[in-house]
Design a protein around this ligand. Sequence first.
Ligand SMILES: Cc1cc2nc3c(=O)[nH]c(=O)nc-3n(C[C@H](O)[C@H](O)[C@H](O)COP(=O)(O)O)c2cc1C
Length: 189
Amino acid sequence: MWSFFETVRHRHSVRHYQRDMPVEPEKLHAVLEMACAAPSAGDLQAYHITVATRRATREALARAAHGQAFVAEAPVLLVFSADPERSAAHYGERGRRLYALQDATIAAAYAQLAVVAAGMGSTWVGAFDETAVRRILGLPAHLVPVALLSVGYPAELPAPTPRRRLEEMVRYEEPPSGGGSGPLGDAGG
Ligand SMILES: Cc1cc2nc3c(=O)[nH]c(=O)nc-3n(C[C@H](O)[C@H](O)[C@H](O)COP(=O)(O)O)c2cc1C
């Protein structure tokens, strides 16, 4: 099993899957457990996961994802939906608008890393017709599908994609001392 850092570094979007390699139920279960281990606002876990495996459903979801063919190629699709009212009941508008969305996407991110740690690959798919996905999966009206993960054994080794430089994206309030090797923050009050 890879360390967390290796797992993150080895995660690349996989858009081709081995057709003769279905996902083992125990691996899928482990991935779902890791998704549900994610933090959530007030521990309300304001999201829902649909596991789609039937070919007809996967093909319909690929069409709903504007014809992205790899969506149907993956043996398993995990659809993460936010449950805004579950969060709103406790946190009002902020829960409805923000927390439920964060709950669902953090769970999806955990699942995506768990997929890699389990020796498989995935792609996060956000480009889809929400109404079509709702209809295909028969989702109740209170759920909002926000992310779809295609999951399976990779049939390609994707090259790493570029990232913006850390310096461009991170601002230290207080530059690290000692050429960057000094300790950060003070532990006391
Ligand atoms: C919110 C979001 C939406 C995305 N939607 C799609 C998508 O619809 N189709 C797709 O092929 N990839 C999609 N991706 C994957 C990105 O293209 C990919 O993560 C990015 O190019 C970086 O490549 P990497 O995942 O290999 O590091 C999405 C990723 C995120 C986080």
